[in-house]
Ligand binder design. Structure first.
Ligand SMILES: [Zn+2]
Length: 227
């Protein structure tokens, strides 16, 4: 009797919370139950495949979505329209492909592509860090910030060629402490992989810190990006 009453109170409290702070489907913005990652319609159209890529340097990368249509819209919303809350839902399909593509028992730590502090001050959050932290929580793997971006370079999408993209990221990242990655298998997470220059450079620096293996994952792959 007492338990039924407590459950009822919890139910009322949850309903009030969802009215005050509704949870949205990241792809279409319809309101969803707080324990869901997408609405019923969007779930039906989810890709069944894993998009496999390689970051520059040959580091494997898996992604659940192509950077098109409502998947691209969802990433842009999270990134540019002040919706860091969407990272919680967007990390769910990302976690799913990581689990399917890699042997997660071999991954020692998860990290993200870092943001320069100037950009972080402007945006207030690093969407890749939010995704990485949520994936780490869902996969029960330790999250650690191991890289910093010490040079404020041109944004990658403003570069014109692949060579320019490669040069633009060369030497902009640094390991905070080599001991953090030494002999470890590290998974680096980013929001989008285009040519793979950014993830490749982060991987190269991590490998230089004597990491055992470096793996990558991103939410979307821009398959029709810069060649
Ligand atoms: Zn939806």
């Amino acid at each position: 009797m007492k338990t039924a009453f407590i459950n009822k109170i919890h139910g009322v409290f949850d309903s009030l919370l969802s009215i005050l702070f509704p949870v949205h489907c990241p792809y279409c913005l319809s309101i969803i139950s707080p324990d869901k990652a997408f609405c019923r319609d969007c779930s039906k159209s989810m890709p069944k495949t894993i998009y496999k890529r390689y970051a520059i340097g040959g580091y494997p990368c898996c992604t659940p979505f192509p950077y098109i249509e409502h998947y691209a819209v969802a990433v842009k919303r999270m990134k540019f329209q002040n919706r860091p809350d969407l990272a919680k839902q967007l990390a769910v399909p990302l976690t799913k492909v990581i689990k399917e593509y890699y042997d997660i028992s071999e991954i020692d730590l998860i990290t993200c592509v870092p943001m320069h502090k100037k950009k972080l001050n402007k945006r207030k959050y690093n969407q890749s860090e939010l995704l990485a932290k949520e994936c780490a929580r869902l996969l029960e793997i330790k999250y650690k910030t191991v890289l910093t971006k010490h040079k404020h370079n041109l944004e990658q999408h403003k570069t014109k060629s692949r060579k320019e993209r490669e040069n633009n990221v060369r030497g902009v990242f640094r390991l905070i402490d080599k001991e953090l990655v030494k002999n470890k298998t590290v998974l680096i997470i980013d929001d989008i992989i285009t040519t793979g220059c950014t993830l490749g450079e982060c991987s190269r620096i991590t490998e230089k810190g004597k990491a055992r293996r470096v793996l990558c994952a991103a939410l979307c792959t821009s398959v029709v990006g810069v060649d």
